[in-house]
Write a protein that binds this ligand. Sequence first.
Ligand SMILES: [Mg+2]
Length: 276
Amino acid sequence: MMIGSEVLANTRRQLRAGRHLVLFLDYDGTLVPIARTPDEARPDGTLLTLLNDLTHVSAIHTIILSGRPLSSLQAMLPIPGLILAGTYGMEVQWGGKLMTRGVTPAQIRPVIAQVKAEWERLTDKRNGFLLEDKGLAVALHARWADPAEADVVLNTARVAATQTVSADNFRILGGDRFLEVAPAAAHKGHTVEWLLDQIHAAGALLVYFGDDDKDEEAFAVIRQGGGIAVGVGQRYELAQADARIASPEIVRDWLRRFYDDVCQINSNVERFRIVR
Ligand SMILES: [Mg+2]
């Protein structure tokens, strides 16, 4: 298991040797601390500046890959040049283009609406539950509920969802007091494969930062591609991670040090020029 500074040294070495970089960043729990509600996990000016700087390096593709819907990422991170992959990569904004990957919204939505209605009935008049309608998916957060009640409600919600959706077309995602029904394409590992294909990233170094079990599905793909999977925080075991970083704050320090390195490389290697 590596630590952050070893990942930095390794990445720096490979960039100096002329490799391009594809940098995958989860958002919640990775770039910003987990907040009470998704709306409260806002980026500050320092993070926006950092991401904006990274998008101006010609040999780096910076991708935000999150379970949030694309509309939320667009609102939180209005940075031209940043690739945004929302709802685990089913909705992607790239340059001026919007893409929906692996789903037909007209077929998906009625099933998601049905699950949402069942979960609404289940959580009605209960405290500490948050139902998040993502459009192409629906999530039930129970982090603020009484733990015993959260277990019962999440189990009941899972049974209801299993009976409602077809396992061929949908998947049920768990997590830390969390449940979600999403299309089968909502898989960060599959999204990474798809994005790499779109980018024509053969030979590029892949580095991925993520904090939970949905990121771990991508870690396997990153490692198969010879890349570095970095686990963030302590909430999940993340057995597939090559390296660990303790908190979003330290991820941001890492990215800042990394960018400063790139600026130095920039003076020697034309390919790493900063495009302003
Ligand atoms: Mg996360």
